[in-house]
Design a protein around this ligand. Structure first.
Ligand SMILES: [Zn+2]
Length: 273
């Protein structure tokens, strides 16, 4: 599943190919993907709109158009491909955006969970889904006081870190890596963390994500980003997917358990309960 670093790689990869191009229409083959719009409303609204920039907030890609924001979430398996006029229909193609130069931007999604939403450009950050999102690692507002105010519940730190309304953009892979870096066991109850641990957690979230972005994200499982670029971060995972292998710090065997419904990897010596 693409996480923040992978979505950032998709953004950086797509930007030079689509900025400055103008949509004429969109063919929507999977109707629920563009809800609450109907396919014809969606297509008509896009006509004549130029892509001025592509931003990202957490795992959302935001195509800023003349008067609209096209907000795309790739969910599990979403991918973009660029096509020319005669690009053959892909087997999992669900939306094809047409440009006035004859080219196209094709959205392919094996699982069909991706979402494509249009919002007025001026207010798109003030309404859901973007208005409900927490702070990104690296945001100066994400400090110890902020995080402690959000970690008041008895749920596990793993579950709290997966919650996009607290910290934005950490998925299953990076939460495991961040907990390992911060020496916190993923099953620890969120409200029991000390100020020092919370400080370490913020530093680790920032450094793990920055490092992953620099390497282009992970490409675990079936995810590959648009245009054939794949990330190298998968070579640098310290705990995630390393069950039974020795901890890179202490040599203890990495354990796999289920926390918050997700496969979770940790070192029981480095990450004390
Ligand atoms: Zn260890």
């Amino acid at each position: 599943m693409p996480e923040l670093p992978e979505v950032e790689t998709v953004r950086r990869t797509l930007a030079p190919h689509v900025i400055g191009r103008t949509f004429t229409k969109a063919d929507v083959k999977h109707v629920p993907m563009v809800r609450p719009h109907t396919p014809s409303e969606f297509s008509k609204a896009l006509a004549g709109q130029t892509v001025n920039t592509i931003n990202r907030l957490g795992k959302y890609l935001i195509f800023e158009l003349d008067t609209l924001a096209l907000i795309v979430h790739l969910r599990m398996e979403g991918k973009f491909f660029l096509g020319d006029k005669n690009a053959p229909v892909r087997s999992h193609e669900h939306v094809r955006y047409h440009f006035n130069d004859g080219g196209s931007l094709i959205y392919d999604d094996v699982r069909k969970f991706g979402t494509h939403t249009l919002k007025p450009l001026a207010t798109h950050r003030e309404t859901p889904p973007l208005s409900t999102l927490g702070l990104e690692p690296g945001d100066p507002m994400l400090d110890v006081d902020y995080l402690i105010s959000k970690l008041t519940t008895t749920r596990t730190i793993k579950s709290a870190l997966l919650d996009q309304s607290i910290i934005l953009g950490l998925g299953n892979i990076y939460v495991d890596e961040v907990c390992f870096c911060a020496k916190i066991r993923p099953t620890t109850r969120a409200h029991r963390l000390t100020k020092t641990s919370v400080h370490r957690l913020i530093e680790c979230a920032t450094s793990v994500i920055a490092h992953a972005v620099a390497l282009g994200g992970s490409s675990i499982r079936s995810y590959t980003d648009s245009l054939g670029v794949s990330g190298r971060f998968q070579n640098e995972l310290n705990v995630h997917l390393r069950e039974g292998e020795p901890c890179l710090v202490c040599g203890e065997t990495i354990k796999k358990i289920r926390v918050a419904g997700r496969g979770t990897y940790y070192c029981r010596r480095c990450q004390k309960a």
